[in-house]
Ligand binder design. Structure first.
Ligand code: FAD
Length: 492
């Protein structure tokens, strides 16, 4: 069997990468060792930046319809009194940031929508296919995979290990995974119960006696989370979970009807030393693990895939292989910072039971200004720098119809914005590059000035947007040799 890309692991990272490759008509095979999709809630928070990516992949709307808002947290005192507190900082949507708050959607529902979108693009994951080994040479990777028909060999030009925290691909590549165990272990379970309102996220206790029951939007379930001793077997039976709820909440009135999924896990913070070895890449939890505080894991995994997909497609179409090195350059630094932030939030949760989330967790300010892919020819004091996330902006088309900058990003192309530029463009459109002039009589009209405000543009400015919605280049000189070289090298 031959393919261009073999993706090992059909979790959030592998599915997102598959969707991006499918819409780019890249040939790939997506395998997962489990016989059927995972069914638990785990990562239930979809951050604002991830929603923007899901919009570009035509899935945000259905996710929002399937999930809901984060409720307030209700902190109970020992005497049964309580105080309510906002759990996530919600800001109103703005023209440049259309998703002002994170969405709560249990991970199994998120992954279900990812699979649905993948099916619309003509693909399904191959379940019951475990990667057993692989070797690589100058031309590709030969993977050995078990399936119901026995062992098969798959020859691919590239392999992506999106195979979770215990990544077989990472271990086979011999990539180190340094970090630390955080001395915390917890149970997570999805259950149906009566005796609690679904209006709020209920929390009791402090330190190792904590317990929380969060109504899972889009379901009739509650997600239980509670710390447990680091060592020894923990009884995960229905009876034991019910008893722990009564014991830690001090309420007799909560009745557990069924436990649908349960798991216990020890928390650690680890980061792979490399994201690329030759023709093999690591994405998602395979490259970084950290505590769930902050709700970053699934989101960071999706954004790894989002960063890698267009680069793989471009290199398969003839872009310089060095483009693939920028994946590790850009994404490893983001993960390193996220590990620190999640660990700080874990400390706050352990000490004070404080789980509030704010702007930093929404991932809207993440970007790649230091990346070798960022070309900035405007002054240092410019509002936006190359490498920053490209903001949205409502505009109007030449015919007066409403449109948004983000709708242009759905094409997966590079977008060159010529702001009130006069004369003909210095470049001609080519496969993968759209050139759009913005002006009173041009293809797009910034009639309310949202684009100008968000990008800090002055007449004649050129903004080149990457296929993943970050600013590639900013210049005032459309004939800049550096811009021409950039486009020649990267745009495919
Ligand atoms: C309690 C809890 C709460 C969390 N809360 C949040 C949250 O609010 N927000 C958030 O963003 N994240 C959260 N996370 C983290 C999130 O669940 C993970 O970061 C996310 O699942 C990572 O996705 P992934 O695709 O990288 O890996 P995974 O989801 O682990 O998928 C890896 C896949 O690879 C497959 N696989 C493994 N080995 C092989 C092999 N050899 N051959 C074939 N297939 C293989 C596995 O079967 C699996 O399906 C939470 C996690 C936990 C435990």
């Amino acid at each position: 069997m031959h393919t261009d890309i073999l993706i090992c692991g059909a979790g959030a990272a592998g599915l997102t990468l598959a969707i991006d490759l499918a819409r780019r008509n890249v040939d790939f095979i997506l395998i997962d060792q489990v016989s059927e999709p995972f069914g638990g809630s785990r990562g239930k928070g979809i951050q604002s930046r991830t929603l923007e990516i899901f919009e570009a992949l035509d899935m945000a709307d259905r996710m929002i319809a399937a999930g809901g808002r984060y409720p307030s947290q209700r902190h109970y005192a020992a005497d049964g009194s309580y105080r309510d507190e906002v759990s996530v900082a919600a800001t109103a949507a703005t023209p440049s940031e259309p998703y002002g708050e994170p969405l709560m959607l249990p991970q199994h529902l998120t992954e279900g929508i990812l699979r649905e979108r993948l099916a619309e693009l003509g693909h399904t994951p191959h379940y019951g296919h475990a990667l057993l080994g692989f070797e690589q040479d100058g031309g590709g990777v030969t993977a050995h995979v078990s399936s119901s028909e026995g062992k098969i060999a798959i020859r691919a030009r590239y392999l992506v290990g999106a195979d979770g925290g215990r990544s077989f691909v990472r271990k086979t590549l011999g990539v180190d995974f340094p970090g630390e165990s955080l001395g915390a272990r917890a149970v997570v379970a999805d259950l149906t119960l009566s005796g609690l309102t679904r209006e709020v996220w209920h929390r009791w206790g402090k330190g190792t006696g904590q317990i929380s029951l969060c109504p899972l939007q889009g379901t009739t379930l509650f997600q239980l989370q509670m710390p447990i001793p680091l060592e020894g077997e923990f009884d995960l039976s229905d009876a034991s979970i019910s008893a722990a709820i009564t014991d830690r909440t001090g309420c007799d009135g909560i009745e557990v009807h069924a436990v649908h999924w349960r798991s216990d896990y020890a928390m650690s913070a680890r980061l792979a030393t490399r994201y690329r070895v030759g023709r093999a890449f690591l994405a998602g939890d395979a490259a970084h693990v950290h505590p769930p505080t902050g709700g970053q894991g699934l989101n960071t995994s999706v954004q790894d895939a989002w960063n890698l997909g267009w680069k793989l497609a471009a290199v398969l179409r003839g872009a310089d292989d060095a483009l693939l090195d920028t994946y590790e350059e850009e994404r490893r630094e983001v993960a390193a910072e996220m590990l620190g932030m999640s660990t700080r939030l874990l400390d706050a949760a352990r000490e004070r039971g404080d789980l509030r989330r704010g702007r930093e967790q929404q991932q809207l300010d993440l970007g790649y200004p230091a990346s070798s892919l960022s070309l900035d020819e405007r002054g240092d004091d410019a509002l936006l720098r190359a490498g920053y996330r490209a903001p949205d902006a409502p505009m109007r088309g030449a015919g007066g119809q409403p449109c948004r900058l983000f709708s242009l990003l759905k094409s997966g192309d590079w977008i060159m914005l010529r702001y009130e530029a006069s004369g003909s463009p210095a470049f001609t459109p080519r496969r993968g590059l759209r050139i759009i002039t913005i002006g009173e009589h041009a293809a797009l009209r910034d009639h309310q000035g949202h684009l100008r405000t968000a990008y800090g543009l002055t007449p004649g400015d050129i903004a080149l947007l990457r296929p993943d919605g970050y600013l590639a280049a900013l210049t005032h000189d459309e004939h800049s040799p550096a811009l021409a070289a950039y486009i020649e090298q990267s745009v495919r």
